[in-house]
Design a protein around this ligand. Structure first.
Ligand code: GAP
Length: 459
């Protein structure tokens, strides 16, 4: 399939909105920033937390065959020998002999000259030749304890998955599960990427949401299909446009050393079709490797069939930051409100950082007091925001830009008959509702969106 042209303008608008509204912004800004590291502000934290909660909900609450884990970021260095990361988690890298810039060889279009040359001043007449490709390990190295010596080397984990494999035996003992069952984990991973970029799409520090599903070997193909389907649906259920999503099966020469089959959930980002999540059939590679390196038996004994086997693993591996970016991109919209342009994030209500904003029309006549009373009632049930600053139009625009599905406005009439207006972010319809019962109305409207279609169908 041909790649559509990159849409740099849309990406720039999203980056600008994220900064303007305090979702995500460059890290260490007062020191000039640190390449491709980002900090999440208030709304960014709420949004990414909702993305992760929805993942946990799909893994834990809506099923009974997966348990949770939170393993350490620093692990025994032998973990990375066994997993193959120490020897093989590398990217081929080339350097420009003139400007010293570094590039991933496999990202260059068989160019022999430095891609940065085009953007350098014409007066720069040096030949920008590239070196031969060399392997560059992506793991961040550190030292445990006070001695900086080889015996104390440790690595920041480059994926959360290995923390799951090394705990297989522990979890099997205390969870009372038997294959097919899964272990899910969310947490930070670190990769010293040669060419990070495209905002939070590829960074050196990021959060992963990974689940390792352990199955009897002969059931692996069917579970691989199951997880490909489940993970694609998760994004659709949370509102991503179906025609901007696809599942792409890897060619044989793309497969990682451990995988017998991998498919990527791809999303049509402004940079083109790109990986959102990978689903891999890892076979018994990881458990076998860790058994060999640790000397521990990592297998399952079925007391009924008296069979002993090393389970095979199906792994859906997603990125929380990359998913957050996809939801932002997909929700971003501009429309025309009677000649005035409105920017709106049409986020799924389950993901929206704030569910409802309460706005007194004016900052007097007892309106703020009633608005505060409504906030108090709503706050117990949903993320609520109070805002009295600026014109009502400006305040609506602000809530549209952070994706708040509902705004409640307190006005002169409220003081007479205890009714308010409820404004819908997407339809812009306004209706008059009694304060008494408002909480229930909003809870009910949000609950309609709350249950995933899967669970609704089963109920
Ligand atoms: N355990 C398998 C594994 O880690 P991966 O395809 O390398 O597989 C899984 O990573 C997901 O993690 C990716 O699909 C992506 O969403 C996210 N991810 C990987 N590297 C990333 C980076 N440098 N920045 C942001 N997200 C990243």
């Amino acid at each position: 399939m041909t790649q559509p042209p990159a849409d740099a303008a849309t990406m720039e608008k999203i980056v600008a909105l994220c900064k303007r509204r305090g979702f995500i912004f460059a890290s260490s800004e007062i020191y000039g920033g640190l390449g491709s590291t980002y900090d999440y502000g208030h709304y960014g934290v709420l949004l990414k937390t909702n993305v992760k909660s929805e993942w946990w909900r799909a893994m834990l609450q809506e099923r009974d065959d997966i348990v949770a884990l939170d393993s350490a970021i620093l692990q025994h260095p032998r973990v990375w020998e066994a997993s193959g990361h120490l020897a093989g988690f590398t990217d081929p890298m080339v350097d420009c002999r003139a400007c010293k810039k570094r590039f991933r060889a496999d990202h260059l279009d068989r160019e022999e000259m430095c891609p940065a040359k085009a953007s350098l001043p014409k007066t720069d007449d040096r030949r920008h030749e590239l070196t031969e490709a060399r392997d560059f390990n992506l793991m961040f190295k550190t030292f445990v304890g006070p001695m900086e010596e080889s015996a104390s080397v440790a690595y920041l984990r480059p994926e959360t998955a290995q923390g799951i494999f090394i705990n297989f035996k522990n979890v099997l003992q205390f969870s009372r599960k038997k294959p097919p069952f899964g272990i899910a984990q969310v947490g930070k991973s670190f990769r010293n990427e040669i060419t990070p970029g495209n905002f939070v799409f590829r960074t050196r520090e990021f959060e992963q949401m990974e689940m390792e599903f352990f199955v009897p070997p002969d059931e692996a193909p069917q579970w691989y299909d199951h997880w490909k389907q489940q993970r694609l649906h998760w994004y659709v259920d949370l509102g991503l446009r179906e025609d901007h999503l696809r599942m792409r099966e890897h060619d044989l020469d793309e497969l990682s050393h451990y995988s017998s089959a991998t498919a990527d959930v791809e999303y049509l980002f402004p940079i083109g079709w790109s990986e959102l999540e990978g689903v891999a059939n890892r076979g018994n590679f990881d458990l076998t490797q860790h058994a060999e390196y640790s000397g521990e038996k990592l297998e399952y004994f079925d007391p009924q069939s008296k069979e002993r086997y090393v389970p095979h693993v199906i792994e859906p591996a997603a990125g929380a930051d990359r998913a957050t970016l996809a939801f932002l991109v997909d929700a971003y919209d501009e429309d025309d409100l009677g000649g005035e342009q409105r920017t709106v994030l049409k986020l799924h209500p389950r993901l929206a950082p704030v569910k409802v904003a309460v706005l007194p029309l004016v900052k007097k006549d007892g309106q703020p007091e009633v608005a505060r009373e409504i906030v108090k009632a709503l706050r117990a049930r949903m993320q609520t925001e109070y805002d009295e600053g600026g014109s009502i139009g400006k305040r609506y625009r602000r809530q549209d830009e952070i994706g708040t599905p509902f705004c409640v406005t307190v006005d002169h009439q409220t003081l007479q008959d205890r009714t308010v207006t409820l404004r819908d972010r997407d339809t812009l319809e306004q209706e008059r509702l009694a304060i008494d019962g408002l909480v229930e109305v909003l809870v009910e409207r949000l609950a309609r969106e709350w249950r995933s279609p899967k669970v609704a169908a089963e109920a």
